[in-house]
Write a protein that binds this ligand. Structure first.
Ligand code: RB5
Length: 144
């Protein structure tokens, strides 16, 4: 499985650690930046990641910023993206099981790294439940 990942400066450290950990677990990782802790705009990496998920060049995405909200709001401007913000493993499970999130967004300044890694593992290991949840997803874009 090929995963895209991006962060701003606030998520930079977690991004590097996640890339190393997930590569060891067999995932192909595509790093969309940023490449340092120098302050930058999360939008500059969120849009390229969103496009890669939409066009299928990666299978899914992971995004980190301080609160997660800048990333989630930006990513969800893209019609083909369901970016879900998670801050616990149970929310990471539900964001796949119920919302079929194709990008997992995490608030790097508000969760320990081990929680972030656990959330990614749970999200990747959870199946979308479909059924009534698919009906709700279909309604997300019907008025756009
Ligand atoms: C950066 O200071 C911070 O605003 C950013 O990481 C994120 O929390 C925005 O939503």
């Amino acid at each position: 499985m090929k995963l895209g990942i991006c962060s701003d400066h606030a998520g930079f450290q977690y991004k590097g650690k996640l890339i190393a950990a997930l590569r060891l677990e067999g995932y192909e990782m595509v790093d969309f930046g940023t490449d340092s802790e120098v302050s930058m705009d999360y939008t500059d990496v969120a849009h390229p990641l969103a496009k890669a998920v939409e066009n299928g060049s990666v299978d899914a995405g992971i995004a980190l910023c301080g609160t997660g909200n800048g990333m989630a709001i930006t990513l969800n401007k893209h019609r083909g993206i369901r970016a879900g913000l998670a801050w616990s493993s149970e929310i990471a499970r539900l964001v796949k099981a119920h919302n079929n999130a194709n990008v997992l967004v995490m608030p790097a300044r508000f969760v320990p790294y081990r929680t972030a890694l656990s959330m990614v593992r749970v999200w990747l290991g959870t199946q979308f439940e479909g059924g009534r949840h698919q009906r709700r997803i279909d309604k997300m874009t019907e008025c756009l």
